[in-house]
Each structure stands twice: as C-alpha cells, then as structure tokens.
Design a protein around this ligand. Sequence first.
Ligand code: ATP
Length: 443
Amino acid sequence: MSQDSSPAPNPELFDTIVNLTKRRGFVYPSAEIYGGFRSTYDYGPIGVLLLRNVKDAWWRSMVQERGDVVGLDASILSPPAVWEASGHLANFTDPLVDCTNCNTRWRLDKLEDPEQCPGCGKRGTFTEPRQFNLMFKTQAGPVEDASAVAYLRPETAQGMFINFKNVIDTTRVRPPFGIAQIGKSFRNEITPGQFVFRTREFEQMEMEYFVPPADAQRWYEYWCNERYQWYLDHGMPADRLRVRAHDADELSHYSSGTSDVEFLFPWGWDELEGIANRGDYDLTQHAAHSGEKLEWYDQAANERWVPHVIEPAAGATRTAMAFLMAAYDEEEVRGEKRVVLRFHPRIAPYKAAVLPLSKKPELTGPAGELAASLRRSFMCDYDETQSIGRRYRRQDELGTPFCITYDFDTLEDRAVTVRDRDSMDQERVALAEVEAYLAEKLG
Ligand code: ATP
C-alpha cells in the first residue's frame, strides 16, 4: 500500500502551516503571554473544532457504526501497579545522550548522525547513553510517601486492559470485540518538536480488539486495511499516505506484527498510527500481577482462553495536523494568491459561513437569523466585517466548504448565493432550501 509516485517532501510547507495556524486561531503556543512553555500548545477557536471533528470521525467509525466495539473513558492518574505490569516502569524509556560541549540533551535513536551533536555541530562530545523513563510521576494526595506515587498515563491502552473484566462482566460483548478510548496521554519526551507532531501532552485514539488466538493474524490484516482506508475516506491524498510494516528488529518482544500508517509530512514520511498484533501479552501480564482471571470462557465449547489483542493506536493531535497539511493548497485567482484548506466536509471546522453583503440592519438581522437556524444542525460562522472578497478569503483559509451571501436581492427573491470553497462556483438557492441543500452537499 505504499506509494511510488509520491510528491517530494516540502520543508517550506511547515513554516507556512505554523504561521497559518497562529494567524487564523487554530493553535497558539501555550502560556504565550509568559513566553510560552516547553513545546505545549493550546487549541484555539478553530483548532478545537478541527480536533473535535477528527476525534468525532474516529469515534463514529470505530464505535458508533460498529456493533462490536464499545467505548471507555478511563482515568489519567494511575497507580504504579498498572505500569509495573504493563512493563512501562522498566521499559518505557528512550536512550538519552548529553553533549558535554553545549550541555544539550538528545534522543540518540532519533539523531541523523549518532556521533554529531545537532546543537553545536561538534563530534564525539556525547556521554554514554542512558535509559530515560518517559512517564510523568506525581503524587496523589497530601502525603509525600511511596504509597502516594501516581503516574500520568503515557498511553490510553492500559485503561482498556485493566477494564477488560469489567466490560465482559457488565455488557453483552463477546470476542471478537473491541474497547475504544480517546483521551490525553503524557510522555516526558526528550526532544519534543515539529510543532504538535511530538509534544509532552497529546491526545490519542486507541482501540483494543480482543480476538480468538487463531484469528489474530486475520484481524491484524483487517485492521491495517480499515485504518488506512479511514484516512483516505476523510480526504487524505493516497500519494501522501502509506502503510509500512515494521522490520523484525523494530518489533517489541511480544508483537508478532506491527504496521504504521505514515503520512508524508513536510520533513518526510512519519507515523500517524501504529497497528500492532500484541498477542496475549497485556491480559496475561495484568492477570499475573493482579491475581484476576483475565480470560474468555466460551460456554458452547466449554473452553477458557486468553484473547489476543489487535491494537490500532492513533494520535488525535498529530492526525489533526496531518489533515491540515494535506488540506493546504495555494492557487492563483485573477492574479492573486488564494490559500485554501480543502478539508473533507466532516473534518472542516465550520461547515458554512453566513455573510451579509452589507452591514445595514435590513440584511444583518435576517442573515443572523439564518446563521442561528443553521447552527442547530452544524457549526456555522457569521461575518459582517470587511469586503465580501476578504471574507471569502478568510473562510477559504479556515477551510469552510460553503459561504452563504445574503444580499439586497434576498429581500425580494427569498434566495441566497451559495459559494463552493473548492470550485468557487456560485449558485442561487432558495432560503427555504438552504439547509437541505447544505446537508446534501456535506453528506
Ligand atoms: P514515537 O516512536 O514517534 O515516539 P510511538 O511509536 O511510541 O511514537 P505509540 O506509542 O505507538 O507511538 O503511540 C500511538 C500514536 O500516538 C502515535 O502513532 C502518534 O500518533 C501518537 N503519539 C505518540 N507519542 C506522541 C507525542 N509525543 N506527541 C503527539 N502524538 C504522539
């Protein structure tokens, strides 16, 4: 599923996107009035819509449209026992090196040249690598002793494993079935960066799919295909998306197969999501550490077995950025540059914008009412400032699929002009039909 005819990486696109996101209210550096804070970001009024749409689209296809996957929202704070059993306390580490010349720290496995410091350019200045655990440690309650130690989860997946028994005891699920969760995760990354691609606080969308052991390989292939198709269905261009199977030396010891869905970012191919065949590792570990039986009893066959797990694990914040980069387009229109985000309608922050042609109350009054009635169905912007041309350009940069212009003729003919973001074609649509017209076009 990899692409041979993919476009070349485009480093300039990165700065363009970062500027656009700040200028248009997608993403702001966190605590900016205090100088910002260590690669953390806040999602602004437009970004929060984009991120929510990505998560909703995932939830819709992974939970709502399936009869075999249920949802979960587990706590972020968790006791050491969970991470002891999962192996994170011992193994969730990255190799860290210090440069003795410029006192910077680097993640050794991500360096282009393991002998050269990217900070000062000197060679041979690194200390011996040491393993740095990425989990954020904190304390639950007012007493600072060992019993109060807690961790912020570095992934949402463990919530599904430790609730496996609760879910099978309290619902009607039976293998093959999945438990899905969207939520924040925290990793004390050594070198966060590339904007929201790698941050210490981020959002994940993960699903654990529990299957009979003999069917694991088949389900693994199924989920690789499903997840690849999900990105395509939401507007990712096929020539910037691929599935890459891990080589044997990249696999964790318990995984018999892992593939990444990769996107062609401005710096090259990089991971959006990992799909792993995890065997029975997680349930077996938690059963051994907790003393609970974490298995399935097949009544008909009178057999007990530990389900194997297929895990599609995606990043919501990273994926939102990828959708933004995939949607970005520039073109020349009547001698001027037009920037347009060609989002899939389901991903677009606003679905429509109502723009009265003038600020006169006889237009702004009913135009405002139109926006209010459309808002019952979807996110709809309203803008009465500046010239109509500039307002169109602003909506193009937000990726709004349709602009609805309310003009003086509307007062006579009870119709509005609907402008299509991609083709810029305009169509006169009866006021009474606008909502149905948009619903059909937006799918
Ligand atoms: P990497 O090798 O890039 O550190 P990973 O392979 O450890 O990532 P997983 O543990 O498989 O990542 O996490 C699943 C998904 O969560 C990733 O594909 C990515 O989309 C997202 N993710 C992981 N770490 C981060 C991070 N620090 N910032 C943003 N998203 C992240």
